[in-house]
Design a protein around this ligand. Structure first.
Ligand code: ADP
Ligand code: MG
Length: 336
Protein backbone atom coordinates (compact mmCIF):
# COMPACT_ATOMS: atom_id res chain seq x y z
CA UNK A 1 0.00 0.00 0.00
CA UNK A 2 1.54 3.26 -1.10
CA UNK A 3 0.97 6.81 0.05
CA UNK A 4 -2.18 7.25 -1.91
CA UNK A 5 -5.31 8.80 -0.64
CA UNK A 6 -8.05 6.48 -1.78
CA UNK A 7 -11.45 7.73 -2.72
CA UNK A 8 -14.20 5.69 -1.15
CA UNK A 9 -17.93 5.38 -1.77
CA UNK A 10 -20.28 4.13 0.94
CA UNK A 11 -23.83 2.93 0.53
CA UNK A 12 -24.99 3.27 4.10
CA UNK A 13 -28.17 1.23 3.89
CA UNK A 14 -30.66 0.34 6.61
CA UNK A 15 -30.10 -3.35 5.91
CA UNK A 16 -26.66 -3.49 4.27
CA UNK A 17 -23.58 -1.33 4.08
CA UNK A 18 -21.49 -1.58 0.93
CA UNK A 19 -18.06 0.00 0.54
CA UNK A 20 -16.61 0.72 -2.88
CA UNK A 21 -13.01 1.79 -3.40
CA UNK A 22 -12.08 3.70 -6.53
CA UNK A 23 -10.05 1.56 -8.87
CA UNK A 24 -11.04 -1.61 -7.02
CA UNK A 25 -14.83 -1.80 -6.92
CA UNK A 26 -16.88 -3.26 -4.07
CA UNK A 27 -14.65 -4.41 -1.21
CA UNK A 28 -17.14 -4.76 1.64
CA UNK A 29 -20.70 -5.95 1.76
CA UNK A 30 -21.99 -6.38 5.30
CA UNK A 31 -25.26 -6.17 7.18
CA UNK A 32 -25.68 -2.82 8.97
CA UNK A 33 -25.67 -4.48 12.38
CA UNK A 34 -23.61 -3.86 15.51
CA UNK A 35 -23.46 -6.11 18.57
CA UNK A 36 -23.07 -4.22 21.83
CA UNK A 37 -22.38 -5.24 25.40
CA UNK A 38 -25.40 -3.94 27.24
CA UNK A 39 -23.47 -3.23 30.44
CA UNK A 40 -20.26 -1.68 29.17
CA UNK A 41 -21.69 -0.19 25.98
CA UNK A 42 -18.72 -1.61 24.10
CA UNK A 43 -18.95 -2.80 20.51
CA UNK A 44 -18.49 -6.57 20.46
CA UNK A 45 -18.92 -7.28 16.76
CA UNK A 46 -19.94 -5.54 13.54
CA UNK A 47 -21.55 -6.70 10.30
CA UNK A 48 -22.02 -10.40 9.49
CA UNK A 49 -20.54 -11.47 12.78
CA UNK A 50 -22.94 -9.25 14.71
CA UNK A 51 -25.86 -10.35 12.55
CA UNK A 52 -25.25 -13.98 13.38
CA UNK A 53 -25.43 -13.13 17.06
CA UNK A 54 -29.04 -11.94 16.82
CA UNK A 55 -31.19 -14.15 19.02
CA UNK A 56 -28.26 -16.40 19.94
CA UNK A 57 -26.32 -14.33 22.41
CA UNK A 58 -26.33 -14.16 26.17
CA UNK A 59 -28.57 -11.46 27.51
CA UNK A 60 -25.78 -8.97 28.01
CA UNK A 61 -25.10 -8.72 24.26
CA UNK A 62 -27.63 -6.97 22.06
CA UNK A 63 -27.55 -6.64 18.30
CA UNK A 64 -28.53 -3.20 17.03
CA UNK A 65 -29.33 -1.85 13.60
CA UNK A 66 -28.21 1.75 14.02
CA UNK A 67 -29.87 2.91 10.79
CA UNK A 68 -33.62 3.04 10.77
CA UNK A 69 -35.91 4.15 7.94
CA UNK A 70 -32.81 5.15 6.01
CA UNK A 71 -31.50 7.58 8.60
CA UNK A 72 -29.19 7.41 11.58
CA UNK A 73 -31.20 6.28 14.59
CA UNK A 74 -28.19 5.94 16.88
CA UNK A 75 -25.34 8.29 16.11
CA UNK A 76 -22.57 6.74 18.23
CA UNK A 77 -23.24 3.22 17.06
CA UNK A 78 -23.47 4.29 13.42
CA UNK A 79 -20.17 6.06 13.79
CA UNK A 80 -18.51 2.96 15.27
CA UNK A 81 -19.94 0.91 12.43
CA UNK A 82 -18.65 3.28 9.73
CA UNK A 83 -15.26 3.41 11.45
CA UNK A 84 -15.10 -0.36 11.52
CA UNK A 85 -15.99 -0.72 7.83
CA UNK A 86 -13.57 2.01 6.74
CA UNK A 87 -10.85 0.25 8.72
CA UNK A 88 -11.81 -3.08 7.13
CA UNK A 89 -11.51 -1.50 3.68
CA UNK A 90 -7.91 -0.53 4.59
CA UNK A 91 -8.22 2.92 3.09
CA UNK A 92 -7.08 5.05 5.99
CA UNK A 93 -3.31 5.12 6.03
CA UNK A 94 -1.11 8.20 6.05
CA UNK A 95 -3.45 10.09 3.79
CA UNK A 96 -7.08 10.13 4.76
CA UNK A 97 -9.68 9.14 2.15
CA UNK A 98 -12.23 11.35 0.50
CA UNK A 99 -15.62 9.75 0.92
CA UNK A 100 -18.94 9.97 -0.91
CA UNK A 101 -21.96 8.60 0.96
CA UNK A 102 -25.41 8.00 -0.46
CA UNK A 103 -28.37 9.21 1.59
CA UNK A 104 -32.15 8.86 1.12
CA UNK A 105 -33.72 11.79 -0.71
CA UNK A 106 -36.22 12.57 2.02
CA UNK A 107 -33.87 13.25 4.94
CA UNK A 108 -33.56 16.50 6.85
CA UNK A 109 -30.58 18.84 7.05
CA UNK A 110 -29.88 17.64 10.60
CA UNK A 111 -29.84 14.04 9.41
CA UNK A 112 -27.49 14.94 6.53
CA UNK A 113 -25.11 16.61 8.97
CA UNK A 114 -25.20 13.53 11.20
CA UNK A 115 -24.04 11.34 8.30
CA UNK A 116 -21.26 13.79 7.36
CA UNK A 117 -20.07 14.07 10.91
CA UNK A 118 -20.06 10.32 11.46
CA UNK A 119 -17.95 9.81 8.34
CA UNK A 120 -15.53 12.62 9.23
CA UNK A 121 -15.06 11.24 12.71
CA UNK A 122 -14.48 7.81 11.23
CA UNK A 123 -11.32 9.21 9.61
CA UNK A 124 -12.31 10.81 6.30
CA UNK A 125 -10.48 13.84 4.94
CA UNK A 126 -13.53 15.19 3.17
CA UNK A 127 -17.06 13.96 2.71
CA UNK A 128 -19.76 14.56 0.13
CA UNK A 129 -23.30 13.25 -0.07
CA UNK A 130 -25.26 12.00 -3.04
CA UNK A 131 -28.96 11.24 -3.07
CA UNK A 132 -29.71 7.53 -3.17
CA UNK A 133 -32.12 7.52 -6.13
CA UNK A 134 -29.51 9.35 -8.21
CA UNK A 135 -26.86 6.82 -7.17
CA UNK A 136 -29.24 3.92 -7.84
CA UNK A 137 -30.00 5.25 -11.34
CA UNK A 138 -26.31 5.77 -12.11
CA UNK A 139 -25.48 2.29 -10.83
CA UNK A 140 -28.24 0.78 -12.96
CA UNK A 141 -26.68 2.44 -16.00
CA UNK A 142 -29.55 4.85 -16.70
CA UNK A 143 -28.77 7.93 -18.82
CA UNK A 144 -29.07 10.37 -15.88
CA UNK A 145 -27.28 13.25 -17.60
CA UNK A 146 -29.37 13.24 -20.74
CA UNK A 147 -32.41 15.44 -21.32
CA UNK A 148 -34.53 12.34 -21.00
CA UNK A 149 -36.71 11.09 -18.17
CA UNK A 150 -35.63 7.96 -16.28
CA UNK A 151 -37.53 6.45 -13.38
CA UNK A 152 -35.88 4.42 -10.67
CA UNK A 153 -37.54 2.66 -7.74
CA UNK A 154 -35.10 1.60 -5.02
CA UNK A 155 -36.61 -0.77 -2.46
CA UNK A 156 -34.27 -1.26 0.48
CA UNK A 157 -34.76 -2.36 4.06
CA UNK A 158 -36.19 0.87 5.50
CA UNK A 159 -37.30 3.02 2.58
CA UNK A 160 -38.68 2.79 -0.90
CA UNK A 161 -37.41 5.68 -2.98
CA UNK A 162 -39.09 6.58 -6.22
CA UNK A 163 -37.48 9.20 -8.45
CA UNK A 164 -37.64 10.64 -11.91
CA UNK A 165 -34.29 11.89 -13.12
CA UNK A 166 -33.35 14.09 -16.05
CA UNK A 167 -30.33 16.28 -16.90
CA UNK A 168 -28.42 15.14 -13.81
CA UNK A 169 -31.12 16.13 -11.34
CA UNK A 170 -34.12 14.68 -9.54
CA UNK A 171 -37.25 16.11 -11.13
CA UNK A 172 -39.89 14.33 -9.04
CA UNK A 173 -39.51 11.95 -6.12
CA UNK A 174 -41.25 10.24 -3.26
CA UNK A 175 -39.73 8.41 -0.33
CA UNK A 176 -41.86 6.18 1.88
CA UNK A 177 -40.81 4.33 5.01
CA UNK A 178 -42.26 1.09 3.75
CA UNK A 179 -39.80 -1.43 2.31
CA UNK A 180 -38.21 -4.81 3.14
CA UNK A 181 -38.43 -4.47 6.94
CA UNK A 182 -42.12 -3.58 6.76
CA UNK A 183 -42.74 -6.69 4.66
CA UNK A 184 -41.01 -8.79 7.32
CA UNK A 185 -43.21 -7.30 10.06
CA UNK A 186 -46.31 -7.86 7.95
CA UNK A 187 -45.37 -11.54 7.65
CA UNK A 188 -44.82 -11.81 11.42
CA UNK A 189 -48.25 -10.30 12.06
CA UNK A 190 -49.99 -12.41 9.45
CA UNK A 191 -48.61 -15.67 10.83
CA UNK A 192 -49.57 -14.73 14.36
CA UNK A 193 -53.09 -13.67 13.47
CA UNK A 194 -53.99 -16.28 10.87
CA UNK A 195 -51.99 -19.34 11.87
CA UNK A 196 -51.41 -18.77 15.56
CA UNK A 197 -47.66 -19.02 15.24
CA UNK A 198 -44.99 -16.63 16.48
CA UNK A 199 -41.84 -16.13 14.42
CA UNK A 200 -39.01 -13.61 14.65
CA UNK A 201 -38.15 -10.94 12.07
CA UNK A 202 -35.26 -12.98 10.73
CA UNK A 203 -37.46 -16.01 10.07
CA UNK A 204 -39.99 -13.73 8.40
CA UNK A 205 -37.26 -12.36 6.13
CA UNK A 206 -36.17 -15.89 5.29
CA UNK A 207 -39.73 -16.80 4.31
CA UNK A 208 -40.05 -13.63 2.22
CA UNK A 209 -36.86 -14.38 0.32
CA UNK A 210 -37.77 -18.06 -0.15
CA UNK A 211 -41.40 -17.85 -1.26
CA UNK A 212 -42.42 -14.18 -1.28
CA UNK A 213 -44.20 -12.96 -4.37
CA UNK A 214 -46.24 -10.01 -5.52
CA UNK A 215 -48.05 -11.51 -8.49
CA UNK A 216 -50.10 -14.67 -8.68
CA UNK A 217 -48.86 -17.15 -11.25
CA UNK A 218 -49.13 -20.93 -11.68
CA UNK A 219 -46.45 -21.66 -9.15
CA UNK A 220 -47.38 -22.15 -5.49
CA UNK A 221 -44.20 -22.68 -3.50
CA UNK A 222 -44.35 -23.83 0.11
CA UNK A 223 -42.05 -23.36 3.07
CA UNK A 224 -41.82 -25.13 6.41
CA UNK A 225 -41.74 -22.57 9.15
CA UNK A 226 -40.61 -23.31 12.67
CA UNK A 227 -42.13 -21.03 15.21
CA UNK A 228 -43.82 -20.99 18.56
CA UNK A 229 -47.49 -21.71 19.04
CA UNK A 230 -49.22 -18.55 20.23
CA UNK A 231 -51.45 -20.32 22.78
CA UNK A 232 -49.26 -23.16 24.08
CA UNK A 233 -45.90 -21.42 23.71
CA UNK A 234 -44.45 -24.66 22.36
CA UNK A 235 -42.38 -25.02 19.18
CA UNK A 236 -44.45 -25.89 16.12
CA UNK A 237 -43.73 -26.39 12.43
CA UNK A 238 -46.24 -25.12 9.89
CA UNK A 239 -46.22 -25.33 6.12
CA UNK A 240 -46.82 -21.93 4.57
CA UNK A 241 -47.95 -21.34 1.00
CA UNK A 242 -46.76 -18.65 -1.36
CA UNK A 243 -50.29 -17.23 -1.66
CA UNK A 244 -50.44 -16.64 2.09
CA UNK A 245 -47.23 -14.65 2.05
CA UNK A 246 -48.45 -12.68 -0.97
CA UNK A 247 -51.57 -11.81 1.00
CA UNK A 248 -49.49 -10.84 4.04
CA UNK A 249 -47.36 -8.46 1.95
CA UNK A 250 -50.04 -7.07 -0.34
CA UNK A 251 -50.97 -3.97 1.63
CA UNK A 252 -47.37 -2.77 1.80
CA UNK A 253 -46.76 -3.59 -1.84
CA UNK A 254 -49.85 -1.56 -2.77
CA UNK A 255 -48.33 1.40 -0.92
CA UNK A 256 -45.14 1.07 -2.94
CA UNK A 257 -47.16 1.10 -6.15
CA UNK A 258 -49.15 4.09 -4.90
CA UNK A 259 -45.83 5.95 -4.40
CA UNK A 260 -44.87 5.16 -7.99
CA UNK A 261 -48.22 6.42 -9.30
CA UNK A 262 -47.98 9.62 -7.25
CA UNK A 263 -44.50 10.32 -8.58
CA UNK A 264 -45.72 9.77 -12.13
CA UNK A 265 -48.53 12.25 -11.51
CA UNK A 266 -45.93 14.88 -10.61
CA UNK A 267 -43.78 14.16 -13.64
CA UNK A 268 -43.86 16.59 -16.59
CA UNK A 269 -45.59 14.94 -19.58
CA UNK A 270 -42.48 14.93 -21.83
CA UNK A 271 -40.52 13.00 -19.23
CA UNK A 272 -43.46 10.69 -18.52
CA UNK A 273 -43.48 9.83 -22.22
CA UNK A 274 -39.78 8.86 -21.99
CA UNK A 275 -40.54 6.62 -19.02
CA UNK A 276 -43.44 4.96 -20.85
CA UNK A 277 -41.00 4.16 -23.60
CA UNK A 278 -37.96 3.03 -21.59
CA UNK A 279 -39.67 1.62 -18.55
CA UNK A 280 -39.26 1.80 -14.77
CA UNK A 281 -36.03 0.40 -13.31
CA UNK A 282 -36.17 -1.45 -9.99
CA UNK A 283 -33.16 -1.57 -7.66
CA UNK A 284 -32.44 -2.56 -4.03
CA UNK A 285 -33.04 -5.95 -2.42
CA UNK A 286 -36.81 -5.52 -2.61
CA UNK A 287 -36.60 -5.50 -6.42
CA UNK A 288 -35.96 -9.25 -6.15
CA UNK A 289 -39.47 -10.00 -4.90
CA UNK A 290 -40.88 -12.42 -7.42
CA UNK A 291 -43.45 -10.86 -9.75
CA UNK A 292 -43.10 -7.33 -8.40
CA UNK A 293 -41.90 -6.10 -11.79
CA UNK A 294 -44.94 -7.70 -13.41
CA UNK A 295 -47.38 -6.21 -10.90
CA UNK A 296 -45.90 -2.74 -11.34
CA UNK A 297 -46.01 -3.04 -15.12
CA UNK A 298 -49.62 -4.16 -15.04
CA UNK A 299 -50.91 -1.53 -12.64
CA UNK A 300 -49.01 1.41 -14.14
CA UNK A 301 -49.20 0.25 -17.78
CA UNK A 302 -45.48 1.01 -18.03
CA UNK A 303 -42.82 -1.67 -18.53
CA UNK A 304 -40.83 -2.43 -15.35
CA UNK A 305 -37.43 -4.10 -15.26
CA UNK A 306 -35.20 -5.26 -12.42
CA UNK A 307 -31.64 -3.87 -12.67
CA UNK A 308 -28.91 -6.43 -13.22
CA UNK A 309 -27.39 -6.42 -9.74
CA UNK A 310 -30.13 -4.67 -7.79
CA UNK A 311 -28.42 -4.90 -4.39
CA UNK A 312 -25.26 -3.22 -5.76
CA UNK A 313 -26.73 -0.35 -7.79
CA UNK A 314 -26.52 2.35 -5.12
CA UNK A 315 -22.94 1.43 -4.19
CA UNK A 316 -21.80 1.27 -7.81
CA UNK A 317 -23.54 4.56 -8.62
CA UNK A 318 -22.01 6.22 -5.55
CA UNK A 319 -18.68 4.84 -6.77
CA UNK A 320 -19.25 6.44 -10.18
CA UNK A 321 -19.95 9.73 -8.39
CA UNK A 322 -16.37 9.60 -7.06
CA UNK A 323 -15.30 10.78 -10.51
CA UNK A 324 -17.03 14.07 -9.72
CA UNK A 325 -16.00 14.17 -6.10
CA UNK A 326 -14.53 17.68 -6.29
CA UNK A 327 -17.73 19.30 -7.48
CA UNK A 328 -19.79 17.18 -5.08
CA UNK A 329 -17.70 18.34 -2.12
CA UNK A 330 -17.97 21.94 -3.28
CA UNK A 331 -21.73 21.54 -3.52
CA UNK A 332 -21.99 20.03 -0.01
CA UNK A 333 -19.95 22.89 1.44
CA UNK A 334 -22.12 25.48 -0.29
CA UNK A 335 -25.12 24.05 1.53
CA UNK A 336 -23.87 25.27 4.89
P1 ADP B 1 -30.70 -1.10 2.22
O1 ADP B 1 -30.19 -0.30 1.07
O2 ADP B 1 -31.81 -0.45 2.95
O3 ADP B 1 -29.62 -1.57 3.11
P2 ADP B 1 -30.89 -3.38 0.41
O4 ADP B 1 -31.04 -2.77 -0.94
O5 ADP B 1 -29.57 -3.94 0.77
O6 ADP B 1 -31.39 -2.39 1.57
O7 ADP B 1 -32.02 -4.50 0.51
C1 ADP B 1 -32.26 -5.17 1.70
C2 ADP B 1 -33.70 -5.64 1.71
O8 ADP B 1 -33.93 -6.47 0.57
C3 ADP B 1 -34.00 -6.49 2.94
O9 ADP B 1 -35.27 -6.12 3.45
C4 ADP B 1 -34.01 -7.90 2.38
O10 ADP B 1 -34.88 -8.75 3.10
C5 ADP B 1 -34.53 -7.67 0.97
N1 ADP B 1 -34.15 -8.73 0.03
C6 ADP B 1 -32.93 -9.20 -0.27
N2 ADP B 1 -32.98 -10.20 -1.15
C7 ADP B 1 -34.30 -10.40 -1.41
C8 ADP B 1 -35.04 -11.33 -2.23
N3 ADP B 1 -34.41 -12.25 -2.97
N4 ADP B 1 -36.37 -11.23 -2.23
C9 ADP B 1 -37.01 -10.32 -1.49
N5 ADP B 1 -36.40 -9.43 -0.70
C10 ADP B 1 -35.05 -9.47 -0.66
MG1 MG C 1 -30.11 1.01 -0.28
Amino acid sequence: MGLFSKDVAIDLGTANTIVYVKGKGIVIREPSVVAIDRYTGKVVAVGKEANEMIGRTPENIIAVRPMKDGVIADFDITQSMIKHFIRMAKVVNVLKPRVVVSIPSGITEVERRAVEEAVMQAGAKEVALIEEPMAAAMGAGLPVDRAEGSMVVDIGGGTTEVAVISLGGIVASKSIRIAGDALDSAIVNYLKKNLGINVGDKMAEEIKIAIGSAYEDNEERVYDVRGRDVSTGLPRTVQIREGQIREAMSENIDEMIEAIKMTLEHTPPELAADIMEHGITLTGGGALIKGLDRLIAETTKIPALVAEYPLDCVAVGTGKALDDIKSLIAKSKKNY
